[in-house]
Design a binder for this molecule. Structure first.
Ligand code: SAM
Ligand code: DTB
Ligand code: SF4
Length: 346
């Protein structure tokens, strides 16, 4: 009897997923015309999280294979071009001036040093180079040297990405003109949990920056951080925000919180790794055409969990021994892992 009930519940869950698929393919035309493109409700995404693990993985892998080469993973290398001393209060971030961490402030890097790092990333097999700055947002005098960096990195034959904080009117267009392919700006978490983590900029500020990036015809890279003490509902809420965008981000970084001493979120209860894999799978299912990036947190992640993330549909990583200020696996370690799993780099 118990088995029958369980089976029925599973069937209902699967049906609700299929109904959502119908909605996605345009069944609800009037909503689409009105600009309301709620492809996924939070409850539907929670239902994905609640599936038996094998069923969830099967769905994610099926969707992944229908849209991507399942054995290809895109690799981006990060460089912090301006480190520390940031005015914002993001509770996870070692670069916020107000928290006492071991990060040493460094001014904007010189062009030649950035280009040397980009060359090294290219020689190591990265296809995209992402430049990050610890700013609330760039002032015009900050932006100009960064535009030059973008032009030169692009001329080296690398894809370019930048993450510089909030953009003002007109700045995205200047970045586009310089040759920027992707702009990273994360929503970080669900709207309901956001105020527990950041108070110096609003959720709407972030959406506005993403709108400017999209309008300037730059690819959007936007995701969040998991393991900050948010609930499962809130993990689903973050994915709903991303998946329901008029055009979901081309790239969705899913970061596992890297806990840094001195930040308010240091000491947060560690997330169960299987819940992290479930988050990746739910991101894959809800954003079937986006690259889902297994981002921060890999250094402390067993390779078995990383393999499960790739199976769940992650198809992008940060590659190189440093993220912005914290560690990432050595390139040689990742090469061995890719060889073991038969993964090819994009
Ligand atoms: N200052 C810019 C901004 O915040 O938009 C760009 C750089 S900021 C460091 C880029 C992203 O890195 C953040 O939005 C956050 O999602 C992620 N991040 C920062 N610290 C992290 C940590 N300790 N663990 C995981 N992700 C982190
Ligand atoms: C993203 O989502 N993760 C990257 C990138 N975008 C800029 C940053 C992770 C930062 C981890 C903490 C650090 O190294 O400072
Ligand atoms: Fe500053 Fe970005 Fe860190 Fe927030 S995440 S404190 S904006 S560097």
């Amino acid at each position: 009897m118990l088995e029958t009930t369980k089976h029925q519940t599973q069937q209902q869950t699967t049906e609700s997923v299929i109904n959502t698929d119908a909605l996605k393919s345009g069944a609800c035309q009037s909503d689409v015309e009105a600009g309301i493109v709620n492809r996924w409700s939070v409850d539907e995404i929670v239902a994905l999280f609640e599936l038996p693990f094998s069923d969830l993985m099967h769905q994610a892998q099926t969707i992944h294979r229908a849209n991507f080469d399942p054995n290809a993973v895109q690799v981006s290398t990060l460089l912090s071009i301006k480190t520390g001393g940031c005015s914002e209060d993001c509770g996870y971030c070692p670069q916020a001036a107000r928290y006492h961490t071991e990060v040493e402030n460094e001014p904007l890097m010189k062009l030649d040093d950035v280009l040397a790092a980009a060359q090294e990333a290219k020689d190591n097999g990265a296809s995209r180079f992402c430049m990050g700055a610890a700013w609330r947002g760039p002032k015009q005098r900050d932006l100009e040297p960064v535009l030059k960096m973008i032009q030169e990195v692009k001329a080296m034959g690398l894809e370019t990405c930048a993450t510089l904080g909030m953009l003002k009117e007109g700045q995205a267009e200047q970045l586009k003109e310089a040759g920027l392919d992707y702009y990273n700006h994360n929503l970080d978490t669900a709207p309901e949990f956001y105020g527990d983590v950041i108070t110096t900029r609003t959720y709407q500020d972030r959406l506005d920056t993403l709108g400017r990036v999209r309008n300037a015809d730059i690819h959007v890279c936007s995701g969040g951080i998991i393991g900050m003490g948010e609930s499962r509902n809130q993990r689903a809420g973050l994915l709903a925000q991303l998946a329901n965008m008029e055009q979901p981000p081309e790239s969705v970084p899913i970061n596992l919180l890297t806990q840094v001493e001195g930040t308010p979120l240091h000491g947060t209860e560690e997330l169960d790794p299987i819940e992290f894999v479930r988050t990746i799978a739910a991101a894959r299912i809800t954003m079937p055409n986006s690259f889902v990036r297994l981002s921060a947190g890999r250094q402390s992640m067993h390779e078995g969990i990383q393999a499960l993330c790739f199976l769940a549909g992650a198809n992008s990583i940060f590659y190189g021994e440093k993220l912005l200020t914290t560690g990432n696996p050595e390139a040689a370690t990742d090469k061995k892992l890719f060889a073991k799993l038969g993964i090819n780099k994009i």
